[in-house]
Design a protein around this ligand. Structure first.
Ligand code: ZN
Length: 72
């Protein structure tokens, strides 16, 4: 479920969480993503696994604010 692709609830397009509007990190590998659909511009939110390509910036951001992410 967490690893399944995010899908637009309105038109069914697969959404790329890497192009998120907002990301609220929940744990070291989970975040609440808000993504705008490129086809119908609906903004939807879902809890998804943080993709590998975003992990690095999440960890960097966590280090910058000195927040322990609990996964090191
Ligand atoms: Zn859509």
């Amino acid at each position: 479920m967490m690893n399944s692709p995010m899908v637009c609830p309105r038109c069914g397009a697969v959404l790329d969480v890497c192009h998120y509007q907002a990301m609220l990190v929940i744990s070291c590998d989970l975040a609440l993503f808000s993504v705008e659909c490129p086809q119908c511009n609906t903004i939807s939110s879902a809890i998804k696994a943080i993709p590998a390509q975003l992990q690095e910036e999440v960890h960097l951001a966590a280090r910058e604010v000195g927040a322990g992410m609990g996964c090191e």
